[in-house]
Design a binder for this molecule. Structure first.
Ligand code: C2E
Ligand code: MG
Ligand code: MG
Length: 403
């Protein structure tokens, strides 16, 4: 049964909403002020929250800010119900990460339709995680991993996490021009957990935010060390999760990281997949524009694997287009992949984007990419993702691709 938390200090309004929801067979919980609302949201993790804006102690903005910063409540759909109809209030609410904003008096139909559309969107998001990882999510191993992961985060035992780096190489000059950071989890009992298992688990449990914060910080520190060692034009990429993108303070977080690490912004690149962007294209555009205005670069990851068009994505300030591994595999012998990839490279160049081919494993694939002027490659042919010390060996030795 869908559980809805109603945070409203006016008794009459609260009781009316609760009656209306109960009549629609929703399971309801109620809070009479913002502080209780935050506590209930954390302990009960409802499916959706309806919240008044003006309340004593903590107002609606305060409630939303607190919930978006807490990993277990960060992604719960949140709808404001308020008598404040000024445009500025609406903007502030949406900027903080609200999903919808209804002004009182609203009709029963308006309220139910806002709830239905938010729940439908949440279901699509959950399904995207589930369909891919359904088998894992319901397995005992996954459950055990969840218990361990929660403990690791609660105890803030971040030494269990490692960041590996995989070189990205300029196909023309053969030089390492960038590196992608890739997370690993080394658990004392589970052994090494790959991100393909860890990330969906972390996303489905809301634990992704503390992990992502740790990764971002670690990568900025590392990039600064390489910068100081003379690698001033090495770009280091970080993969983002959808949860980070909807954090209201995300761009501020990036600024703070750059400042605290005294890092040049164009050393940092943020990788977003089409699916992440399409979950909330407007928010993706505004957040990425902000981040890009400081000089941080944006890459579209796994391009071609989703359903978006490049023209649509061009509304984002993109610097790099990473062509999904699927298209690269055996490209020299697969005419369809060849046609699509060459068209992608051409289009990307017309839009002034740098192209990176992902998952290049053979000389044949590389030769094809070179012939069709793909800018850069990443893949086992040159190097797999490596721990810092190993990556530094090839970086400091200025290992090059044969050109
Ligand atoms: P991705 O961002 O597309 O990263 C590239 C993946 O391709 C990496 O898998 C890399 O090891 C693999 N790869 C690279 N070259 C080759 C190759 O030549 N052949 C083959 N078969 N594979 C190659 P990895 O490290 O297992 O990461 C998987 C995914 O997990 C990443 O895909 C990314 O979406 C996600 N991920 C990794 N680290 C993070 C992170 O810190 N945060 C978030 N949100 N996601 C992450
Ligand atoms: Mg990536
Ligand atoms: Mg990729």
């Amino acid at each position: 049964m869908t559980k809805i938390l109603v945070i409203e200090d006016e008794e009459l309004v609260r009781e009316n909403i609760l009656d209306l929801l109960a009549a629609e067979d929703f399971d309801t919980i109620a809070a009479t002020n913002g502080r209780i609302g935050v506590e209930l949201a954390v302990s009960e993790t409802p499916d959706l929250i309806l919240c008044d804006l003006m309340m004593p102690e903590i107002d609606g903005y305060g409630v939303l800010t607190a919930l978006r910063e807490e990993s277990v409540t960060a992604t719960i759909p949140f709808i404001f119900l308020t008598a404040k109809s000024a445009r500025g209030d609406f903007r502030q609410a949406m900027d903080l990460g609200a999903d919808d904003y209804l002004t009182k008096p609203f009709t029963r139909t308006e309220l139910l339709s806002a709830i239905a559309s938010r729940l439908a969107k949440q279901a699509i998001l959950a399904k995207q995680v589930c369909t891919k990882f359904e088998a894992q999510i319901f397995s005992p191993k996954f459950h055990m991993m969840e218990v361990y992961l929660r403990r690791t985060i609660e105890e803030r035992d971040f030494q269990q996490f490692l960041v590996y780096y995989q070189p990205i190489v300029d196909i023309h000059s053969g030089r390492i021009i960038a590196a992608e950071s890739l997370l690993r989890w080394q658990h004392p009992k589970l052994g090494m957990v790959a991100p393909t298992e860890l990330i969906p688990l972390a996303e489905s449990t809301g634990l992704i935010l503390p992990i992502s914060d740790w990764v971002l910080n670690k990568v900025c520190q590392q990039t600064k060390l390489w910068y100081n060692a003379g690698f001033t034009d090495l770009r280091v990429a970080v993969n983002l999760s959808a949860h980070q993108l909807i954090q209201p303070n995300f761009s501020q977080k990036i600024v703070n990281l750059l400042l605290s690490n005294n890092l040049v912004p164009d050393c940092l690149e943020l990788e977003l997949t089409e699916n992440i962007i399409m979950q909330d294209i407007n928010r993706a555009i505004s957040t990425m524009k902000e981040v890009n205005s400081f000089g941080v670069k944006i890459a579209i990851d796994d391009f071609g694997a989703g359903y978006s068009s490049l023209i649509y994505l061009k509304q984002l300030p993109i610097h790099t287009l990473k062509i999904d591994r699927y298209f690269i595999q055996d490209i020299a012998n697969d005419s369809q992949k060849a046609v699509i990839t060459t068209a992608l490279i051409q289009m990307a160049h017309n839009l002034n984007l740098q192209t990176v081919a992902e998952g290049v494993e053979t000389e044949q694939e590389l030769a094809f990419l070179r012939q069709y002027k793909c800018d850069a490659m990443q893949g086992f042919l040159f190097s797999c993702p490596l721990p810092v010390a190993e990556f530094e060996k090839i970086l400091f030795a200025k290992k090059r691709l044969n050109v």
